[in-house]
Write a protein that binds this ligand. Structure first.
Ligand code: GDP
Length: 292
């Protein structure tokens, strides 16, 4: 599922997107609503070269609604229109076409006044990092299964335009972008949501990070899901208190090894599975205020 990115891949991915930009009017930049910063390509502004852009916060069904609202406000402050969607469930999808049309309207009206363009569907390209939901969104918009799988830069196939209602046309092959690698927090957050290879980071390390960063803010969800007794870690910088939460989860779930000790790896797996599937509740790992 996840790509190992090398400089050559990045160059190729970038070139492929820029080649496609010539044929399109607007871009849909797909982000994960749980990590809108960490799921963003670090060079996106440069790559898109001022193309009109709609930011979609996908998997909004898994994210904390209040945090999503703040992200949308923050994007607006940056001059970017954005919308929360759930490509898998269909929420917010109907609104996309109207938003995209609005994006290109000023430019098209100017051109129409000069007789340069006739009214036609807006041509759109979806871009985003792996696993953010590009294929799901394309299939959802198309109303059938059309999106190319082979989710690797450099894997091309004959691309097609997909009609979405009367007003939008979509390229069936999305632009695949790489995430930001040189920031450890970004990497950990992507690992928590399951978008980074687990062979690179171990399960316990990811779960440790998840508890450290989320237990304080979402403690009620931890209590509700796992029936934990006692409070959240008083000092998130104390590793023993973080491990203690993992042990409490493990004990509640019967993740034990001989001698009654908690199997931390199993407990980590339980926590991450519940977190990624939304069973722990709607959780956002980063807020816009952190980046202001
Ligand atoms: P791509 O690599 O960007 O094309 O991502 P995919 O479309 O393959 O989606 C990756 C995973 O996320 C799949 O398991 C999808 O079912 C899931 N997914 C995509 N969109 C959503 C969404 O809005 N909500 C939820 N809960 N899951 C989603």
């Amino acid at each position: 599922m996840t790509i190992q990115w090398f400089p050559g891949h990045m160059t190729r991915a970038r070139r492929q997107i820029q080649e496609k930009l010539k044929q399109i009017d607007a871009v849909i930049e797909l982000l994960d609503a749980r990590v809108p910063h960490s799921s963003r390509n670090p060079m996106i502004d440069e790559i898109l070269r001022g193309k009109p852009r709609l930011v979609l916060l996908n998997k909004a069904d898994l994210a904390d609604q209040r945090a999503t609202d703040r992200w949308i406000a923050a994007f607006r402050e940056d001059g970017l229109d954005s919308l929360a969607v759930d490509a898998a469930g269909g929420q917010g999808i109907k609104e996309i076409s109207a938003r995209v049309k609005k994006l290109v309207a000023p430019q098209w009206e100017r051109m129409a006044a000069r007789g340069v363009v006739k009214p036609r569907a807006v041509r759109v390209l979806i871009v985003g990092i792996p696993n953010v939901g590009k294929s799901t969104l394309i299939n959802r918009l198309a109303g059938r299964s059309v999106a190319a799988t082979g989710d690797r830069p450099g894997v091309t196939k004959g691309q097609q335009w997909i009609k979405v209602g009367g007003e939008m046309e979509l390229l069936d092959t999305p632009g695949i972008l790489w995430p930001k690698f040189d920031d450890q927090t970004v990497g950990m957050r992507l690992a928590v949501i399951g978008s980074i290879r687990e062979e690179i980071l171990n399960l316990e390390e990811i779960a440790f990070f998840a508890v450290k960063t989320l237990a304080g803010k979402y403690w009620d969800a931890f209590v509700e899901r796992f029936g934990l007794e006692g409070g959240p870690p008083e000092d998130p910088d104390d590793p023993r208190q973080i491990v203690d939460v993992l042990e409490r989860i493990g004990r509640k779930r019967g993740c034990l090894v001989s001698g009654g000790r908690v199997d931390l790896e199993k407990a980590s797996g339980v926590l991450l599975r519940d977190l990624r599937s939304g069973k722990l509740g709607r959780i956002t790992l980063e807020e816009p205020e952190e980046f202001r």
